[in-house]
Write a protein that binds this ligand. Structure first.
Ligand SMILES: Cc1ncc(COP(=O)(O)O)c(C=O)c1O
Length: 446
């Protein structure tokens, strides 16, 4: 029986207090009342797959720090490495064995990693990848897909949020909808937009503009409109089209990296991106990002005239590098045995949820596989892209559903744009708790 978590007095009090000093009481709008109205569950500690809030309520955590916690909370090996490393000095901003040890493991796991450069977040990694692509090709424009999120760097902040379907414009020339104020309009002159999962429209756009592009950037699995897998052969086609027109193919694996396979989605789908970007699961809870790919492109960062600038006081942070090495050792142990476990637990959760919704006669699809999935309240058979998401998904119903789960000991964000995460810490019992809670919520869902 999942615990009841209806008493959240201290969360409410703390949220009131936090709003005196923090905008919206948090450090990212996705954590505050905009998503968790009337206010967030304020978390105090975590262990394995479980978290506890300020009132002592226990939850099974399926958000897992937006996927960063690939081993769950406070994994003993990570705790050991952090404790030992911090006692020796957290960071020197100097050359250390730790950064090379992390990079060596990274290269062993990621198929296209000829060299790697560590950043401090996924946003920094995608920012750097674009700068490298522009320098390498001598071109300025790039193409991104509707609904894809690549961090908050200015030129990426276009059509990353959902909008009413009648505002989206034609597929072959999508309306341009900035995600933020404060970005000069001319920044977006260098951005081409295309709908995802649609080869014919991309071919058409590439025929007109392909030769102007430094790169096409894509998430391998759309992870910021829930969880939208690519159609068969689609990603290879995007790669081929980029190359046909002399542009680079950048695969943004910030969400999928070290999650779908030891070498991420590039390994899972057999892709050879020129550059790929990582973050989240790479750091097992510590802030980090990475750009990897062809050495001929990455060496452009070498000091000298004509270099691609990439600085950062915290680049190669020693503590984080030690965590990465330990994390990647855990993930690659026994020939990547943990991936079998993640897939078994994740596929079990997906099948179980489908069965709950079928039994309760609620029009829903559970989309995704293995380590990541999303629930869409929709009458459609599948959600293939941003436009489907904007038009056919009942996000308000999803929010009510997740609020019901939060009251029954399941921690998840009510935002339909994110996705359910399975870590190596999740168990069959966690899935059973989820299914029971979901069944109860469905009984009351309107
Ligand atoms: C696909 C993708 N790329 C890049 C980023 C940015 O990463 P970070 O939040 O670490 O800056 C995110 C974050 O959610 C993401 O989902």
């Amino acid at each position: 029986m999942p615990p009841s978590t209806k008493t959240r007095t201290r969360s409410r009090e703390w949220y009131e207090r936090a709003q005196q000093s923090l905008v919206e009481g948090v450090n990212s709008p996705s954590r505050g009342a905009a998503v968790y109205a009337p206010g967030p569950v304020v978390l105090e500690r975590g262990r394995g797959s479980h978290v506890w809030d300020l009132d002592g309520n226990e939850y099974v955590d399926f958000l897992m720090s937006f996927g960063a916690l690939i081993h769950g909370h406070a994994h003993p090996k990570i705790v050991e490495v952090v404790t030992q490393s911090i006692a020796e000095g957290s960071h020197f901003a100097a050359a250390t064995p730790a950064e090379a040890e992390a990079a060596e493991r990274f290269r062993r796991m990621v198929p296209t990693a000829e060299a790697v450069r560590f950043t401090n977040s996924g946003s920094e990694a995608t920012m750097l990848a674009l700068r490298l692509a522009r320098a390498h090709t001598g071109r300025t424009k790039f193409l991104k897909f509707e609904g894809h999120y690549h961090g908050w760097y200015d030129p990426y902040c276009l059509n990353g949020h959902s909008h009413p379907a009648d505002q989206l414009g034609p597929r072959e020339n999508p309306a341009r909808l900035p995600d933020s104020e404060g970005i000069p309009a001319l920044v977006f002159d260098d951005v081409l937009l295309a709908p995802w999962n649609d080869v014919a429209t991309l071919e058409q756009i590439m025929r007109q503009h392909g030769r102007e592009l430094a790169a096409i950037i894509t998430e391998p699995i759309m992870a910021n409109m829930g969880c939208i897998p690519p159609r068969e052969g689609y990603l290879q086609k995007v790669c081929d089209l980029a190359h046909e027109y002399g542009a680079l193919f950048i695969l943004d694996e910030v969400v999928t990296g070290f999650r779908y396979a030891p070498g991420g989605c590039q390994q899972y789908y057999g892709l050879k991106p020129d550059l790929s970007t990582f973050g989240k699961a790479l750091g097992a809870g510590f802030p980090v990002g990475a750009v990897t790919g062809a050495r001929a492109i990455l060496v452009r960062m070498r000091w000298g005239s004509g270099m691609v600038l990439h600085y950062g006081t915290f680049n190669g942070h020693r503590l984080t590098m030690r965590v990465i090495a330990a994390n990647l050792d855990l993930l690659s142990a026994d020939d990547g045995a943990v991936y079998k476990q993640i897939y078994a637990v994740g596929d079990g959760a997906i099948a179980g949820l489908r069965e709950v919704f079928r039994r309760r006669k609620i029009d829903t699809i559970v989309q995704g596989f293995g380590p990541m999935f999303q629930i869409y309240f929709t009458g459609r058979q599948a959600i293939h892209d941003y436009r489907d998401y904007c038009q056919y998904v009942d996000t308000a119903k999803y929010s009510r559903f997740v609020h019901g789960l939060l009251d029954r000991g399941i921690y998840m964000t009510p935002s339909n744009g994110l996705h359910w995460i399975i870590s190596t810490a999740h168990t069959q019992q966690d899935v059973e708790a989820l299914l029971q809670a979901a069944d109860e919520v469905c009984a009351e869902l309107i």
